[in-house]
Design a protein around this ligand. Structure first.
Ligand code: ADP
Ligand code: MG
Length: 598
């Protein structure tokens, strides 16, 4: 659509991009300027009246009207009248006046009567950043079926969409928004949002488009790839064969086996070079070791702050931390970012740019362990391709339980048992600064107890400069790790069987889920204890029953909606006024179909 200058200017003031979006701001109330022949209480209305007399007092004006439409005499009262109001009432003149009428003891009065020029219609009132008459005129002039259809909306949606703006009596009488209208609003909101996203997506030529192979390799692995690992690798295989540079996000729960997808992608790209960036040295190292193990014959190299400046030209697969961004990087045909949410957009873009050439771009794959609701993923597909891995290769066995102070003795027994079995335990505490405000011990307050009673206790937190080393030492020698939520980072601790989260109710469900995902990574019987002083929490109770990250994401949405939400928990979902991501999957589907988004 091409918009006029005036339209563009108003759009800007309203913070919208189209007429369809204009339709989304439904009126907050209505003014009925029709002339009725019966008196309506509790509702402002118009009278067709002759002004019989006007009395001025210091702070008010008293007017006597004779209302012809119902034949009553009505007292008008203006308190603290502004100067212009004075001139609206002249004895002997007949006009239309608007206001709320109230009757007591046979006397009817209208407070703050207002002279009206237009009558006979219902005028919507908008909460908007434009002056009300400007907004009303703008709507009247622009919001119509023709314009909405020109923006691609279907007839049946358009019909419903116009109803709140040009209301009929039935509409005004019903107190609730009709379900058909609500559906049209949701549809339109998604339509606008996804159309905008899709319009922002840029398609680049790839540095190479090729057919990749991985089946031989998959057969050589010590385990069978899961169906979703395979379908994700297939998605990527198809991406590589296209004349468009891939831009795909792979979202999979902790432990869903994303590394195998990364390795398969590097393999399919051979003999061309790939680059992989990870958020921490430990993780980069872990990925490097897995690459050496599962991709024999491929020349891999690890780049971190500490690694020497060697010529990277000779390598097929370069794995590193953000140290990569400060290196002279050879061109690569594939760029991957693991745990992408740990990087800023800028860092991700910079990496992609570093290895681009002219108007061509490398294929770009991002991997994330932050579960998003399926519906959200479908919406995102408007600007980035998404593959979901919802299952884990091992059936994870994590007994989850909400516990209280009275369970502490039992917890101690459990911890001793696990340590005896050479298993490890993670205790997650609030930070010092946070706990002052709360009823829980902080790391610093709690560590003494554990250090006194147990061997091999390690402590780390987010600001700890040595945290990577502490984690490595703990992995080899520790029994108990006391930490804050920093352990979120995807380091693998194969002997970790138990996680205890102190003050669990202060954390978002996705954070709890990430923490729980640390244990039982190799099929070990795991335990997750949510320690809380709250006597009951529906949110935590449902969490311990739910294991898929995608279901957790939906739960999070549900509780967010019901108001039981915690500060600091991240997450999407709030960008919509009408759409409910937890419930509107069908509408997302139909919008996707109508917009031709695959
Ligand atoms: P994440 O998705 O969190 O990155 P990883 O790739 O680290 O998960 O995988 C978790 C563990 O599962 C690793 O030890 C990995 O070797 C193993 N694994 C991956 N895929 C399979 C599979 N198909 N069958 C069995 N084990 C697998
Ligand atoms: Mg991983």
């Amino acid at each position: 659509m091409n918009y006029t200058k005036e339209q563009e200017e108003k759009f800007k003031k309203l913070g919208i991009n189209s007429i369809s979006e204009l339709a989304l701001s439904v009126p907050s109330s209505y003014e009925d300027f029709r002339i009725h022949d019966t008196l309506k209480l509790h509702m402002p209305q118009v009278i067709d009246a002759t002004v019989e007399s006007v009395h001025r007092a210091p702070n008010s004006i008293q007017i006597t009207f004779f209302a012809h439409n119902f034949g009553y005499r009505i007292q008008g009262v203006l308190f603290r009248p502004k100067p212009y109001m004075m001139h609206q009432f002249k004895a002997g003149e007949r006009d239309y006046f608007y206001g709320l009428i109230d009757c007591k003891g046979g006397v009817c009065s209208m407070s703050m009567p207002k002279k009206v020029i237009k009558t006979g219609a219902i005028y919507p009132k908008y909460k908007s950043s434009l002056r009300s008459d400007v907004m009303n005129r703008f709507i009247e002039k622009n919001l119509n079926a023709e314009n909405l259809k020109a923006e691609g909306l279907k007839d049946e949606i358009v019909t419903e969409l116009l109803k709140p703006h040009f209301p009929r009596d039935e509409y005004l009488q019903s107190k609730e928004l009709d379900t058909k209208i609500l559906h049209a609003l949701k549809y339109t909101e998604l339509f606008c949002y996804m159309k905008l996203l899709a319009g922002k997506r840029r398609y680049f030529k790839p540095l190479i488009s090729k057919e990749g192979h991985y089946s031989q390799w998959a057969k050589s692995l010590p385990f069978k790839l899961t169906d979703e690992q395979i379908s994700t690798i297939e998605d990527i295989k198809k991406d590589f064969a296209k004349e468009v540079a891939a831009k795909r996000m792979v979202v999979g729960d902790v432990g869903s086996g994303k590394t195998m997808v990364i390795l398969a992608s590097a393999l399919m790209m051979m003999p061309e070079r790939s680059i992989l960036m990870a958020p921490t040295t430990i993780l980069a190292n872990q990925l490097f070791e897995e690459a050496l193990r599962f991709l024999p014959g491929i020349r891999c190299v690890l780049v971190s702050n500490k690694s020497k400046k060697i010529d990277l030209q000779e390598f097929d697969f370069i794995i590193g931390t953000h140290a990569l961004l400060y290196r002279e990087l050879p061109h690569a045909k594939l760029v991957m970012v693991d745990e992408q949410h740990r990087f800023g957009t800028q860092q991700r873009n910079l990496l992609e740019k570093l290895v681009s050439s002219g108007d061509k771009k490398p294929h770009f794959l991002q991997f994330s362990a932050t579960p998003i609701p399926r519906t959200q993923a479908m919406i995102e597909t408007a600007h980035i391709d998404v593959s979901l891995i919802t299952t884990t290769p091992f059936k994870k066995n994590i007994a989850s339980k909400v516990i209280h102070k009275s369970d502490f003795k039992e917890l101690l027994e459990h911890i001793k048992d696990e340590i005896q079995k050479k298993h490890q335990v993670l205790l997650v505490y609030p930070l010092v600064e946070q706990s002052r405000l709360m009823e829980y011990q902080s790391i610093e307050e709690a560590r003494g107890y554990w250090e006194k009673n147990f061997e091999g206790v390690y402590v780390t937190h987010g600001k700890d400069k040595e945290k990577e080393q502490v984690l490595l030492d703990f992995r080899e020698k520790g029994t108990i790790l006391i930490a804050t939520t920093v352990v979120e980072v995807g380091i693998s601790l194969p002997r970790l069987s138990t996680v205890v989260i102190v003050g669990a109710e202060r954390l978002g469900l996705s954070t709890l889920h990430q923490l729980r995902g640390r244990v039982s990574r190799t099929g070990l019987q795991g335990y997750c204890y949510l320690y809380t002083n709250q006597t009951s929490s529906a949110r935590l109770e449902q969490f311990v029953e739910t294991f898929s990250g995608f279901d957790i994401a939906n739960l999070d949405l549900k509780f967010r909606k019901s108001g039981d939400l915690l500060k600091g928990s991240n997450q999407s979902g709030s960008q919509f006024k009408w759409v409910d991501i937890a419930e509107d999957e069908e509408i997302v589907k139909s919008v996707k179909k109508d917009l031709n988004i695959i």
